[in-house]
Design a protein around this ligand. Structure first.
Ligand code: URA
Length: 193
C-alpha cells in the first residue's frame, strides 16, 4: 500500500466526497492521538458532538471512554482513537455497507502508518471490519459473545492483537455493561504491548 503523507491523508479525509455523508457532515473526524501508539481504538462513526467539533469521542461516549482508559492505565494522548466512518451518519443511524467500503481505505492507511500492536474494536461494526481485514472472518460473532477475547493475526508490519469490546455508548442505556467494559479494559492493561 502506498502510504500518503499524514497531512495529505487528513486533507483527503476532511474534503472527502466518496459517499453521501460528505454532503451532510459539518466536520469529518479524522481521528486523533499518538501516531506511533501501540494501542489503537476504533469506534463506529462520529455523533453530533464529534461532527460539530471534528474530534473523535468528545461527547458522552467520549467521557465513558476516558474513564475506561484509566482502567487500562492509558491516557488519550498515548493511544490513537479513530472510527470506521469519518463522517456522521444522519441521526446517528448505523453505517451502511457502501459507506464502509468507501471510507475504510482511510482507516487502512491509518493502521499501516501507526502500526499498532493492539487494536481495540469498539462495538460490532469495528469488530467485524477488523477481524475480516486481518483474515479472521470465521471468528466474527456478536460483541456480546466475543468482547474481551484477544485474537492474534499477521499484519504487514508484524503481528497484531485484536480485542473486541462493547462500544462505550452502551453504558448510557445499559449501566450493567459498565463493569463488563471496566473488566475488559483491565484485561487490556495486562496484555503486553
Ligand atoms: N461513537 C463513535 O463510535 N465514535 C465517535 O467518535 C463518537 C461516538
Amino acid at each position: 500500500m502506498e502510504l500518503a503523507d499524514i497531512g495529505e491523508l487528513n486533507q483527503q479525509i476532511s474534503t472527502c466526497s466518496k459517499c453521501s455523508l460528505g454532503l451532510t457532515r459539518t466536520n469529518a473526524v479524522v481521528g486523533e492521538g499518538d501516531l506511533s501508539a501501540s494501542v489503537m481504538f476504533i469506534g463506529e462513526a462520529p455523533g453530533a458532538n464529534e461532527d460539530a467539533q471534528g474530534r473523535p469521542f468528545c461527547g458522552k461516549a467520549g467521557a465513558q471512554l476516558d474513564e475506561l482508559l484509566g482502567h487500562a492505565g492509558l491516557k488519550r494522548e498515548e493511544v490513537f482513537i479513530g472510527n470506521i466512518l469519518k463522517c456522521r451518519p444522519p441521526k446517528n443511524r448505523n453505517p451502511q455497507s457502501d459507506e464502509i467500503i468507501a471510507c475504510t481505505p482511510y482507516l487502512d492507511q491509518q493502521i499501516e502508518r501507526i502500526r499498532p500492536s493492539i487494536i481495540c474494536c469498539l462495538g460490532n461494526f469495528a469488530t467485524s471490519y477488523i477481524l475480516k481485514k486481518f483474515g479472521l472472518e470465521a471468528k466474527v460473532q456478536g460483541i456480546t459473545k466475543i468482547h474481551g477475547s484477544v485474537f492474534i493475526a499477521p499484519a504487514s508490519y508484524g503481528r497484531v492483537k485484536i480485542m473486541p469490546m462493547f462500544h462505550p455508548a452502551v453504558i448510557t442505556y445499559d449501566m450493567n455493561k459498565k463493569s463488563i467494559l471496566a473488566k475488559d479494559f483491565l484485561h487490556l492493561k495486562n496484555i503486553p504491548k
